[in-house]
Ligand binder design. Structure first.
Ligand SMILES: NC(=O)C1=CN([C@@H]2O[C@H](COP(=O)(O)OP(=O)(O)OC[C@H]3O[C@@H](n4cnc5c(N)ncnc54)[C@H](O)[C@@H]3O)[C@@H](O)[C@H]2O)C=CC1
Ligand SMILES: O=C(CO)COP(=O)(O)O
Length: 330
């Protein structure tokens, strides 16, 4: 069977899960979308919209929302699009068995320091795993604007079928077998986007932001290589591509969080009561620990941790700039 006939389910109806359901529904194909919020289920089924997480985008009528994870049984692949810290709990309640899981969250599990693919191997050991990651603001993808992603999966046949199923006129998956590399790019760039937002909020200028993107990419590469990622994946869509996107736009929740920090607002106030997720705030502390585990220096990630912990912006920036001079290659 080619991938085109695969029946797709999406777990998580935030902005990105809804946008991916829209991608999977192209050609009037049916898609089952699990939403945690009953009002989202109702709005998608009755009005073909998701005003809570993706307002203003008309959705395909072939997307059917459900509040019951049991309704996902028997599908050919499930896209997992709940925030990283909730993947374990949600999959434990989902009828997965051997269904392929396409992991779309960008983060590291805080209490275990595991990448999401490692979490899923624990909670759904029979499920083949793929990862989709790349520079993709949900509202642009849902509106049908052009975007490209890394689609990583070790099994070549499944990789091809998923790419056939999800590719569309404006959505281009690029195949890779480097699952860990695709995950690390997406997780680390969120932390670096907070740092770039701080540069913006504190008015440090365009030169500083470009320097931070380049030195941040050096950090991502050091950590990724130490964890077994391939350099070309880190330099691709899911690494450098997504880093550039989220480090240069207030459409990024992580960048916007950094702008607030850079203007001197407290992290606790910026994060209180928010409905949408800024994954970098959860990833930064666990990334610092995970980097220490493999002996990798990540000064920008350290600085983000300090700011999230309440340190004053000026002091953190002064400390970064006062670090000993070093070779660029390190
Ligand atoms: N929004 C975007 O443009 C993109 C987001 N992503 C990633 O997709 C993942 C999901 O993010 P978004 O769709 O943007 O979410 P969102 O910020 O739009 O919405 C929050 C989501 O979290 C869910 N949620 C809240 N508490 C929960 C709980 N206790 N258990 C399970 N789910 C819970 C909500 O139901 C909702 O689906 C994140 O890892 C994000 O980094 C990846 C690419 C693009
Ligand atoms: O991952 C994203 C774009 O690729 C979305 O970024 P934010 O989560 O920072 O909004």
């Amino acid at each position: 069977m080619t991938g085109r006939g695969m029946k797709i389910g999406v777990i998580g109806a935030g902005a990105w899960g809804t946008a991916l359901a829209q991608v999977a529904a192209q050609g009037e194909r049916e898609v089952m979308l699990w939403a945690r919020e009953p009002e989202v289920v109702t709005a998608v089924n009755r009005g073909h919209e998701n005003p809570l997480f993706l307002a203003g985008v008309p959705l395909s009528p072939t997307i059917r929302a459900t509040g019951s994870l049991g309704d996902l049984a028997g599908l050919d692949a499930l896209l997992v699009v709940v925030p990283a810290q909730h993947v374990r709990a949600i999959l434990a309640e989902t009828p997965v068995d051997g269904t392929p899981l396409v992991l779309c969250a960008k983060g590291i599990e805080a209490k275990t320091r595991l990448l999401i693919s490692e979490v899923v191997r624990e909670v759904a050991p029979a499920a083949p795993i793929a990862v989709i990651s790349g520079p993709t603001f949900a509202h642009e993808v849902a509106a049908g604007l052009p975007a490209a992603v890394t689609l990583a999966c070790e099994a070549a046949a499944l990789r091809t079928r998923l790419a056939e199923r999800l590719a569309g006129p404006a959505f281009r998956p690029y195949a890779s077998s480097d699952v860990i590399g695709a995950e690390i790019g997406g997780a680390v760039k969120n932390v670096l986007a907070i740092a770039c937002g701080v540069v913006e909020g504190a008015g440090l200028g365009q030169n500083a932001r470009a320097a931070l993107i380049a030195r941040g990419f050096a950090e991502m590469t050091r950590f990724g290589l130490a964890r077994g990622a391939r350099a070309e994946t880190l330099a691709g869509l899911s690494g450098l591509g997504d880093l550039v996107l989220t480090c240069s736009s207030v459409s990024s929740r992580n960048f916007s969080l950094g702008v607030g920090l850079g203007r001197g607002k407290a992290a606790a106030d910026l994060l209180a009561d928010r409905k949408t997720v800024a994954e970098g705030a959860f990833t930064a502390p666990v990334l610092r620990e995970a980097a220490a585990d493999v002996g990798v220096d990540m000064p920008v990630a350290e600085a983000v941790c300090a700011l999230l912990g309440g340190a004053a912006v000026r002091g953190v920036i002064d400390d970064l700039l006062a670090r000993p001079l070093r070779d660029e290659a390190h």
